[in-house]
Design a binder for this molecule. Structure first.
Ligand code: ARG
Length: 456
């Protein structure tokens, strides 16, 4: 026990089991050891312990990490309250009473806050790499599909023709914003709470700048009371994971729709689909469904912590221990989802010809037709009405844009001349787009080239 002095009894075993966070905070072991080593070096620097003692402590800590890595030491969650106490007690076993000097001027409150910030910084870096890898996968597919025409939708109703490259580039943009969000989270975690003590600093001459630098933080945190109870950076992290998952979930939904017989636009590799135990013909996009399904849990993780923190008086309260499970779960779920999405998409085969002929006759080019009239000085609202009438007439005769003649158009409005007929060519529809940010294939090619310079 870490607080033996004033207690006559050990903590009840069920109470210990209930209150242990070791199952989750074992994931902080590297950060905890790094934090303790920095603290020990600082204690020696300000002469609160000797250099020899600091050496003994840091060597002991290194040994603990090594033993944990090869699992010759694996602390039991039924015996220890958390990773911090497990390590401290193990250090006593390894180096004897000197271990008792490590906690000088430190509380588990500033210790755990430091570990969490170090861990979040690392996690942000890892998730950013995985997001970038998915961008790369998307860009490689986009690169081959700047001319692959698909219907673009609003309200899941066919709206205007776009290219597959343009569609995938939208996800590249989303992932870029996700990366930016993690950059922000990393920054918001980038100051060191170590030396804040339990809540009010210390009477000892601790050098907070030293430990902050040693651990790679930008600065020490400014207010001890806030430092030990601030978990905003975890909420920011959980929010970034939630939005990231939302993007993956939307992409999953498209993959699921695209791989139906009705759409028949994409076939996932066998290694990323499952069969049915009953229906022999089935090939199911389970992995995309699981990413979509897990998104709810990741949203829940944000809510779990936000709700746990609501109404907490300053400063540290044990409720804050509940920060860990949501944090690790969102990290593992989002990270694994990014990896699976990259691999699954790499396995996908797109049916490039799927829409080319079908869209020729569709009404997808109606807006372009209205734009043509606008260029003939017809007010847009009037142009909209004219094209609407054309469609109404064609639909009444069960016809489509495929069977439109110049005579027919001129019978509806005299402004039409033969140059309008190029509005009905689906293949030039994309090239006709002039605005920056449109699916013009030349623009897409340029975009992809620029992206591939940034994303590897
Ligand atoms: N396991 C605790 C946590 O994660 C460590 C801090 C404990 N502090 C305390 N005063 N009981 O929050």
């Amino acid at each position: 026990m870490l607080w033996g002095g004033r207690f006559n009894e050990e903590l009840d075993s069920n109470a210990l089991k209930f209150s242990s966070s070791l199952n989750a905070d074992i994931n902080l072991i590297e950060e905890d050891i790094a934090g303790s080593k920095a603290h020990a070096l600082m204690l020696a620097k300000v002469k609160l312990i000797s250099k020899e003692e600091a050496k003994k402590i840091t060597a002991g800590l290194d040994k603990i990490l090594k033993e944990w890595k090869n699992r010759s030491w694996n602390p039991d969650p039924e015996k220890f309250e958390d990773i911090h106490s497990a390590i401290e007690l193990k250090l006593f076993e390894l180096i004897g009473d000197t271990a008792g000097k490590l906690h000088t001027g430190r509380s588990r409150n500033d210790q755990v806050a430091t570990d969490l910030r170090l861990w979040i910084k690392k996690a942000c870096g890892e998730l950013t790499k995985l997001a970038e890898n998915l961008q790369h996968v998307l860009l490689k597919i986009a690169d081959k599909n700047t001319g692959t025409i698909i219907p673009g939708y609003t309200h899941l109703q066919r709206a205007q023709p776009i290219s597959l490259a343009f569609h995938l580039l939208a996800y590249v943009e989303m992932l870029e914003r996700d990366k930016k969000r993690f950059k922000f989270v990393k920054k918001s975690a980038n100051s060191s709470p170590l030396g804040s003590g339990a809540l009010a600093g210390s009477t000892l001459p601790l050098d907070r700048n030293f430990t902050s630098k040693q651990l790679g933080f930008e600065t020490p945190t400014a207010n001890a009371l806030d430092s030990v109870s601030d978990r905003d950076f975890i909420l920011d992290f959980l929010n970034a994971c939630s939005i990231g998952m939302m993007h993956l979930s939307r992409l999953s939904e498209e993959i699921i729709i695209w791989s139906t017989a009705e759409w028949n636009f994409l076939e996932l590799g066998d290694a990323f689909t499952t069969g049915s135990s009953l229906m022999p013909q089935k090939k199911n996009p389970d992995l995309a469904e699981l990413i979509r399904g897990k998104t709810g849990k990741v949203y829940g993780n944000y809510i779990a912590l936000a709700a746990a923190m609501k109404s907490l008086p300053l400063s540290y309260n044990r409720d804050l221990q509940e920060d860990k499970e949501p944090m690790f779960d969102s990290y593992f779920t989002y990270g694994a989802s990014l990896e699976i999405m990259s691999a699954m998409l790499s396995s996908a085969k797109f049916n490039k010809e799927r829409f080319a002929s079908e869209l020729k006759n569709d009404f997808l080019l109606a807006t372009d037709l209205a734009d043509w009239l606008v260029l003939k000085s017809i007010p847009f609202r009037e142009a909209h009405r004219i094209v609407g009438e054309i469609i109404k007439r064609l639909e009444a005769e069960r016809k489509n844009f495929g069977s439109v003649s110049l005579e027919f158009l001129q019978s509806i409005h005299p402004a039409f001349d033969k140059t309008v007929l190029k509005c009905f060519e689906i293949n030039s529809a994309l090239k006709n787009k002039k605005t920056y940010g449109s699916p013009n294939p030349e623009l897409a090619k340029k975009e992809i080239k620029e992206w591939l310079k940034k994303v590897r």
